[in-house]
Design a protein around this ligand. Structure first.
Ligand SMILES: C[S@@+](CC[C@H](N)C(=O)[O-])C[C@H]1O[C@@H](n2cnc3c(N)ncnc32)[C@H](O)[C@@H]1O
Length: 271
């Protein structure tokens, strides 16, 4: 099917947002997709621009407390490895992204509990990975395993690549800029969509079935935080949990739940 041409307004708003320091390294296809999504809801280009920036903040920017100074962080990290060793130095980095910061208290058992259910994966997709590629030292993957992490910010991906080259990791690791709504993903044993589905519902009608069917994997490992970013909105978190349970019942997906202290993991298996 031929795609309809982009409107002049979509092109100019996308370009304008790409020029802003905060969003200049966001995947252009993501910005453009969200601009188009907002033009379906609003006519006024100014409103579309405003709403697109708001969504970009919700789905990416809000997970960082301060501006990312990658060069400085990398230097500090290299010094940290010498001072206190790899894992301790990585823990400092995990604190930068609120999602991985929350995972620190359960990292010791997180992957072993998941892989006890799924089996040891040989090929993993980590979609909307955030800083989670930095938890690779805790995954204990086989030497022959392949880990493919992706997210929507090129600067972040480059930074993570630089960090991972400093670590003594055995599996094959590839990091790429990818958008779940735009790109295809290779066949794998398992896809991590950790704390990802609430983010999906900010930017599209949350059609989980479409997303899950697109992924050629045996197991989908998704999770929800046990608290919202600001520590409130418990109702919203329960809403998302109920949504996944109802989805599994309707689409006949089997699921197993692992209630960690800071997040609840659901391992879904397609019918
Ligand atoms: C809540 S964070 C979770 C990060 C990581 N999975 C974790 O649990 O630590 C959501 C992540 O999804 C990414 N993201 C948002 N929209 C996306 C999209 N359409 N495609 C791929 N990644 C996306 C964001 O940049 C962000 O890193």
């Amino acid at each position: 099917m031929q795609k309809s041409p982009l409107s002049q307004n979509t092109v100019s708003i996308t370009k304008k947002i790409q020029k802003s320091p905060k969003y200049k390294l966001i995947y252009p296809k993501t910005i453009q997709r969200i601009v188009e999504f907002n033009f379906k809801k609003f006519k006024d280009p100014q409103k579309v621009e405003q709403e697109t920036r708001k969504i970009l903040h919700q789905i990416w920017g809000s997970y960082f407390k301060s501006k990312l100074r990658y060069k400085k962080i990398l230097e500090r990290f290299k010094a940290g490895i010498k001072e206190k060793g790899e894992k301790e130095a990585v823990l400092d980095l995990l604190k930068i992204h609120s999602s991985t910061a929350e995972r620190i208290p359960v990292l010791g058992e997180f992957y072993s509990d998941i892989f006890n259910i799924t089996g040891r994966p040989q090929k993993i997709l980590d979609i909307g990975a955030g800083f989670n590629p930095l938890t690779l030292p805790w995954m204990n993957l086989d030497q022959a395993a392949v880990y493919l992490g992706s997210d929507i910010n090129q600067g972040q991906i480059n930074f993570l690549k630089n960090i991972l080259t400093e670590l003594n990791l055995k599996p094959k690791i590839k990091l790429k800029t990818k958008d779940i709504f735009v790109d295809d993903f290779p066949k794998a044993d398992l896809a991590f969509l950790l704390k990802f589905l609430p983010v999906v519902s900010h930017q599209s009608k949350a059609d989980y079935l479409k997303i899950f069917q697109k992924l050629k994997v045996k197991n989908i490992v998704t999770s929800y935080p046990n608290q919202s970013l600001c520590g409130k909105e418990k109702g919203m978190i329960n809403f998302y949990k109920n949504q996944i349970i109802q989805f599994c019942a309707k689409e006949k997906f089997q699921f197993k739940k692992i209630p960690f202290k800071t997040e609840t993991v659901y391992i879904l298996t397609k019918p």
